[in-house]
Design a protein around this ligand. Sequence first.
Ligand SMILES: NC(=O)c1ccc[n+]([C@@H]2O[C@H](COP(=O)([O-])OP(=O)(O)OC[C@H]3O[C@@H](n4cnc5c(N)ncnc54)[C@H](O)[C@@H]3O)[C@@H](O)[C@H]2O)c1
Length: 245
Amino acid sequence: MKIAILGAAGRMGQKLIELARGTELEVVAKVDIADGYDRTWGAGVEGVIDFSYHTAVPDGVTKAAAEGIPYVIGTTGVTAEEQKAVDAAAAKIPVVQSGNYSLGVNLLLELVRQTAATLGPDYDIEITELHHRHKKDAPSGTALMLAKSAAKGRGIALDGAAVYGRRGDIGERPVGEIAIHALRGGSVVGDHTVLFAGELERVELTHKAQDRAAFAAGALKALAWARGRAPGLYTMRDVLGFAEG
Ligand SMILES: NC(=O)c1ccc[n+]([C@@H]2O[C@H](COP(=O)([O-])OP(=O)(O)OC[C@H]3O[C@@H](n4cnc5c(N)ncnc54)[C@H](O)[C@@H]3O)[C@@H](O)[C@H]2O)c1
């Protein structure tokens, strides 16, 4: 399968190119705004993996939809306006979109949902994420996915419960809050912890990515999976065959 990688010069792009070598996926277009890279992909490309920047996503996914080829989105920080282009494209082609393509995090999403459902609102939920200093968006797409899983477990919408960091005379913590905190530093690939703090005990669920290959391998798998599938917006959980929770 001939594929294009958007964001090919970046940390994830380089890892994707490295991992695709020797597989059935042949990288024929390395698209990036950096010098020495392709500005777009040409005819013959059969699928695209996008780990670039959120502003690039609408054009990329719309072009793929016009060509009828599958599109895998790893890029995070996509705005609500940009997401409309993704949703429109998904009516024509298979689109896989996930804030995290690792097996471990997709398992963690399920564990967080179950734990939130079992422990209930008496256990305060605080999510922390730690990433390298170059990361541009905050909180991470993964932290948002974890927060959504926690909200789902409690049977509530995240919007009404989410708090992003705290500062000043904030008063007592209201019951039911789901708080999200972003830490940045060094070269950390990506750590996430969901803390459930009760009166008598605490439960902490943690995932630590050691190598970007954990995400790149999942994204390559997602594109191979999407090939020939019906149009739609899929997640990595669909690719992994995890039950919807
Ligand atoms: N879903 C996941 O599993 C996962 C894992 C890691 C990173 N990410 C996300 O992937 C994205 C890339 O991460 P990274 O660490 O590789 O970042 P990076 O900054 O190292 O690489 C991004 C690349 O995209 C390029 N780019 C920017 N605008 C572009 C455009 N308009 N067209 C083409 N290329 C463009 C940049 O020049 C750069 O080379 C981020 O949004 C990050 O949050 C997702």
